[in-house]
Each structure stands twice: as structure tokens, then as C-alpha cells.
Design a protein around this ligand. Structure first.
Ligand code: GAL
Length: 414
């Protein structure tokens, strides 16, 4: 409650349920698909029940690239939103600029340090200050399968690259779209997360994407990963270019496509369409990445509005990390809670597996940040790497050239 003091005396306030809030929260986010909007509603309703109004600032565009451009323009014009959905290194970059409010006092009162694992705190905390609140943990190394197509064709769970390619071929031969995909840089990069992990393993992934080691980036292993991307390119349909990710998910929902490689926000779409895991769709870790969790966590960063955190920002942060909200939200979003102390029995079968994977990986060091979703390197490097992955996926150059371009992109931008 200490955050309320200044505001209460300074402004005329609205008092609801014993707590007073001067303003709505304005939240900038990119959750505009059906599943994402349903999850966002859980948050809006939770806040509404506590008397906090919601001013919506959606910026469509999966992965948040466009949202980050709009945010930059807003902050530059001196009009930062109250709270912003943000990923990984974007949080760190804004914190470095001194733009984010310090939430330490709230974190201490509510014991956040004890329940949020270190890999997530790496992005919530900057220079000893809590500057963002994690609403979830997603992972990108998932393979979603259409149950009816897989059953019809007798396709079993693929556990390595060759089996995966054979399964894709069987679906293609039967006249289905083998791989539902949207040709947008962040989606190409999302597949690349899994392909690089499956091809080189976790140490290679870390060297290349997190340490930005030139030897790893320029290696034969990286060339093989690009070769595999070219193989996958042969399994997407002719209209893939520019398609939004949720429309690719819809191809699986409508039994037009056998597989989609996508983070578990895709599950939010399946659930929103009334589908059930293991009845209508299946969730497999991308073949060859069964022991790893390539994660990204959506966090809400609070932009400094004055010296102290505002009462609305504090209330939003408290709501987001509350145990009941973490379960209610993540059930709908497709992700898992960012706190490791919860009972996951209310999550669906895929969610229970994901939560167990997350907790185990957090303990064993196999929880590793997603390049595609801003948890491996800063936006400048990430965007330059996106360009290379996408140009190669679209056949602009071969794998040998892609590897060289990747090294150059990193050299110039890191
Ligand atoms: C991710 C984000 C998810 C989902 C996805 C597609 O970056 O973490 O919550 O929104 O983009 O929009």
C-alpha cells in the first residue's frame, strides 16, 4: 500500500473496494489473435475486479517487432504507456536507458525472489532492480501435430530429424500441407531456434546465439542447420509468404496441415478453437530437443511516470504475479506460470508437461533463451540475424553464403 500514499493526496481518486486508483493503466501489447485476446481478457477482468480500469494499446504483429517500434516513438515523444509487454533483451535495453520503474519494494513484500527462477529474473531484474514482472513462460521448441491427419496416415511421434522429414513427406504425399507456416522473419527465426538446437545441441546453441561466438556461427554445424531449413522450406505451401502465425495454426485446426513448428502460444489458438490436446492436436518437443526448453517470457515493464511506482502499476504487478492469476492466465495463453511453486493440475496435458519441463530445465541448466524471441541477444543483433535466416529461407542464397552472412551480421551489430 505504500505506493498509494503520494497519489491519494495529490489527485482526486476513485475509491473501489477499499483501494483507490487515480487512473487507468494503459497497456501496450501485441496480443491480438483469438487465443492471445482471450488470455488478455483474463488479465483485464482480474484488474477490473480490483477496480483498475484498462486502456488498451494493441499493436498487431507476432513476436512484437511492430510493438517495439511504436513504443520507441511513444517514449521519444514523451508519452510512455504505463505498462508494456516486453521480451528479454528489450527489457534490459530500456532499463539501461533508465526508463523503467524500480519495483524492488513490492518484490520484497511479496517474495518474488523466492518464486521466480534465476533464468527469468535475468530479464526482470536489471542492476539489482526489479523492472518487469513475468506473466508467463513460453517455449519455442514445440511441434504441433494434427491428430486426425497423423492417425489417418499412421504417423508416429518423430524423435529425430530423419523421422520428422519422413513424417512431413508422408503428409505431403497424401495431399496435405505438411508444414503450416507463415513467412515472416520472426516465424522463420522461431523454426531456426529448434533446428539449431536439434542440429548442434545446447552447447552449440549457447555459443552461437548467446555468446555470439564467430567460430560457432560460421561452422559446418550452422551450415547443416541452414541445409535443414531449406529442407523444411520444401514442405510449406505456396501461399506461406507473409501469413500470420495464427492463420498457420488455423490450418492445423482445420485439418488442412499436418504440423506447425511454433511456440506454445499456438496452443492458445487450438484451445480457443475448442480443441483438446491428444484428441484434436498433439504437442511434441521439436525432434531432437526433448531435453531442452528454449524459453521466452512475456513480462510487463513499468515505465517511470514520476519518482515512485504509481498505485496502478503496483496493483498491476501484484495481480500479475499472484498464484491464482498465473494459473488462470496461463491456462488460456498456452504458456506456463513464471513462478515455480504452483500446483499445475489445472493445466491441460501439454501444459502439465511444459510446466514440468520448465521446472526441470531451470534446475539442470537446460533452460535457454530463445534467439527468435529476444532472449539470446539484443534486438540489433537479433534483427540482423532475422534478415539472414529469412533471406536464406526464401532462397536468396545458399547455406554456405548464409553462414558467412550470419557471421558478418553479428560482427557489424554486436
Ligand atoms: C511471442 C510472445 C507470445 C506471443 C507470440 C506471438 O513473442 O512471447 O506471447 O504473443 O509472440 O504473438
Amino acid at each position: 500500500m505504500r505506493y498509494l500514499a503520494g497519489t491519494l493526496t495529490a489527485v482526486g481518486v476513485l475509491a473501489i473496494a477499499g483501494t483507490a486508483y487515480a487512473e487507468d493503466v494503459e497497456v501496450l501489447h501485441w496480443w491480438t489473435s483469438g487465443g492471445e485476446a482471450a488470455a488478455l481478457n483474463v488479465l483485464k477482468e482480474d484488474l477490473g475486479a480490483g477496480g483498475i480500469g484498462w486502456e488498451d494499446m494493441p499493436v498487431a504483429g507476432g513476436g512484437g517487432t511492430q510493438a517495439m517500434t511504436v513504443l520507441r516513438a511513444r517514449v521519444t515523444s514523451g508519452n510512455a504507456p504505463t505498462a508494456v509487454q516486453m521480451l528479454g533483451f528489450d527489457i534490459t535495453d530500456w532499463a539501461k536507458e533508465g526508463a523503467l520503474a524500480n519495483l524492488n519494494s513490492l518484490a520484497e513484500d511479496e517474495g518474488w525472489n523466492e518464486v521466480v527462477p534465476a533464468a527469468i529474473q535475468d530479464f526482470s531484474v536489471y542492476d539489482g532492480e526489479w523492472v518487469a514482472v513475468p506473466v508467463n513462460v513460453h517455449s519455442t521448441n514445440w511441434l504441433w501435430g494434427d491428430k486426425s491427419i497423423l492417425d489417418e496416415l499412421g504417423i508416429e511421434r518423430p524423435t529425430n530429424w530423419d523421422e520428422f522429414v519422413a513424417a512431413l513427406q508422408a503428409a505431403k504425399d497424401a495431399g496435405y500441407v505438411a508444414l503450416a507456416h507463415g513467412g515472416q522473419p520472426w516465424q522463420d527465426a522461431t523454426i531456426f531456434d529448434s533446428v539449431v538446437m536439434a542440429t548442434g545441441g545446447i552447447d552449440f546453441y549457447r555459443s552461437a546465439f548467446i555468446d555470439l561466438d564467430e567460430e560457432a556461427l560460421g561452422s559446418d554445424t550452422m551450415k547443416e542447420a541452414f541445409d535443414r531449413m531449406a529442407v523444411l522450406r520444401g514442405f510449406v505451401d505456396d501461399n506461406f509468404s507473409g501469413r500470420d502465425w495464427n492463420l498457420a495454426s488455423a490450418m492445423v485446426i482445420n485439418d488442412e496441415a499436418a504440423f506447425q513448428v511454433m511456440g506454445d502460444w499456438a496452443k492458445g489458438e487450438f484451445l480457443n478453437a475448442g480443441e483438446t490436446p491428444n484428441e484434436d492436436f498433439v504437442c511434441f518437443r521439436f525432434p531432437g530437443t526433448e531435453d531442452q526448453v528454449i524459453y521466452n517470457t512475456d513480462q510487463f515493464a513499468m515505465f517511470r511516470q514520476g519518482d515512485a511506482v504509481s498505485s496502478e502499476q503496483a496493483a498491476l504487478a501484484t495481480a500479475i504475479l499472484s498464484p491464482s492469476f498465473q494459473i488462470a492466465f496461463n491456462k488460456v495463453k498456452g504458456s506456463v506460470p513464471a513462478r515455480t511453486d504452483l500446483d499445475a493440475s489445472e493445466l491441460d496435458a501439454c501444459g502439465q508437461q511444459a510446466y514440468a519441463d520448465f521446472i526441470e530445465a531451470a534446475g539442470s541448466g537446460n533452460l535457454i533463451g530463445s534467439f527468435a524471441h529476444g532472449h539470446a541477444n539484443p534486438a540489433s543483433v537479433k534483427n540482423a540475424m532475422y534478415d539472414v535466416v529469412t533471406a536464406h529461407f526464401n532462397g536468396e542464397y545458399d547455406s554456405e553464403t548464409a553462414v558467412q552472412e550470419l557471421v558478418t551480421a553479428v560482427q557489424i551489430n554486436k
